[in-house]
Write a protein that binds this ligand. Structure first.
Ligand code: AMP
Length: 423
């Protein structure tokens, strides 16, 4: 048993997984650029109170899952359990209201939540997070939804669809919550302890309940779309019309709600064919009250986040291939001490010319070195034996073809440069 292991719920991202990470990251950056979103990097920790306000008391994240600590100076800090609050803090702090609106930002990085670890659920995981701030237009909702859609499509996920809903706003939602609570009071007998607590603290979350006995009650519960004010109803109608026009399949899911006041209007999730019906690949929505809750002026916004580990797990499950790791051009294999000195110089020249090159260490036989060159996936092994060196040459062995030719030492870099250009 090793003395130490990665902390529970965390994992090392090993070199063999790098091609997936690189591919997903590159696609995410490319899609963001295509839609005109700019990269923003915020600190990994923020003041604890930012998340308490920005994520919201009564949420699992704030109540149970934050990694909060006091630093040695006595400041109360928390490792970010999501991106949005920090990005909104940055929007306010840097006066981004004076920039052309909407301000369209995306981020990429680790997130920390003390959840119960299981397959696809970690305590440190990465998110690709997209926010569009300062604009109410429902066309922006559809744009943000399309960023998520396009990422999954580009990554090779098939059968995509949206589930959408409107959560209303502080004008119309209270009337809906009243109706929901009144309805649930007639069904107390089927509610478990958790649901009873939700009824008191955060009734919208009753609609999330996974308890089998509660499902028929949820199905017959009042629907928020019957309670929307004109403004919210029109907004929702326009989102659906735009989705129709873009031919993006969607279903209205009345259970999709967010339990906090600053989440408003559109909520959405993306589903992909073959991924368990319970698991959205990503979720997002409007938060027109959030910036105000953080002490700023009333400013609308909409965004989504998606987890990178879950994307990669799903790609592997489905056998979606990604481009492999770039391979070294050359593996320099010297024989004897004289060869080692020449090899060190040659490998330095190759790298200076921008050609990925590896040097064989230790004092191994030619056979062992060729095996190592093969394992490294090098295009050429460059053999520096006594005979070659005596003639100021190197033997270049093309690993895949098994062919070999001698090249003057001073010509090796040019030869390989031309060769890699032809590939
Ligand atoms: P949320 O911020 O909770 O809406 O989550 C957004 C996305 O982050 C989810 O759709 C998942 O892909 C991912 N995610 C959330 N929690 C975890 C976790 N504990 N481990 C891995 N991925 C997660």
């Amino acid at each position: 048993m090793p003395l130490y292991r990665a902390p529970r719920g965390t994992q090392d991202i090993l070199p063999e997984d790098r091609p997936y990470w690189r591919h997903v990251t590159e696609r995410a950056h490319a899609v963001a650029a295509l839609y005109g979103y700019e990269f923003i990097d915020t600190p990994i920790f923020e003041e604890t109170s930012l998340f308490v306000r920005g994520v919201g008391e009564g949420t699992d994240i704030v109540d149970k899952e934050m990694y909060s600590f006091q630093d040695k100076g006595g400041d109360d800090l928390t490792l970010r359990p999501e991106f949005t609050a920090g990005v909104m803090r940055a929007y306010l702090e840097h006066g981004m209201r004076t920039r052309p609106q909407p301000v369209k930002l995306y981020s990429f990085g680790p997130i920390f939540r003390r959840e119960k670890p299981q397959a696809g659920r970690y305590r440190q995981f990465w998110q690709f997070n997209v926010e569009a701030i300062g604009e109410m237009d429902p066309a922006l909702d559809v744009e943000v939804m399309s960023v998520a859609w396009q990422l999954y499509e580009d990554l090779g996920f098939g059968g995509l669809s949206f589930q959408i809903n409107s959560t209303g706003d502080p004008r119309c939602r209270p009337r809906y919550i009243e109706a929901l609570v009144a309805y649930y009071r007639q069904h107390l007998d089927v509610l478990g302890d958790d649901d009873r607590r939700r009824l008191e603290r955060n009734p919208l979350r009753l609609l999330d309940s996974k308890v089998p006995a509660a499902q028929p009650v949820i199905a017959a519960a009042p629907k928020i779309t019957d309670y929307l004010c004109d403004d919210c109803a029109q907004h929702f109608a326009r989102v659906r019309r735009y989705l129709d026009e873009l031919d993006r399949p969607y279903a209205v899911n009345h259970r999709l709600v967010r339990g906090l006041d600053y989440y408003t209007k559109t909520v959405f999730e993306v589903y992909a064919e073959g991924i368990g019906a319970q698991n959205a690949v990503c979720g997002g929505g409007r938060y027109d009250g959030l910036i105000e809750a953080l002490g700023g002026p009333p400013t609308p916004g909409i965004g989504f986040a998606t987890g990178i580990e879950r994307i990669i797990l799903t790609m592997k499950e489905r056998g979606i291939a990604v481009p492999g790791q770039p391979r070294p051009t050359a593996f320099v294999a010297p024989l004897g001490e004289d060869g080692k000195t020449v090899a060190l110089k040659l490998v330095t020249d190759l790298r200076a010319a921008g050609l990925p090159a590896l040097l064989a260490f230790g004092d191994r036989s030619l056979k062992a070195q060729l095996r190592a060159a093969d394992r490294a996936g090098a295009t050429y092994a460059i053999i520096l034996g006594e005979d070659e060196l005596a003639q100021g040459q190197a033997a270049l062995r093309h690993m895949a073809q098994g062919t070999q030719q001698n090249v003057l030492l001073q010509d090796v870099v040019t030869f390989l440069k031309n060769d890699s250009r032809e590939q």
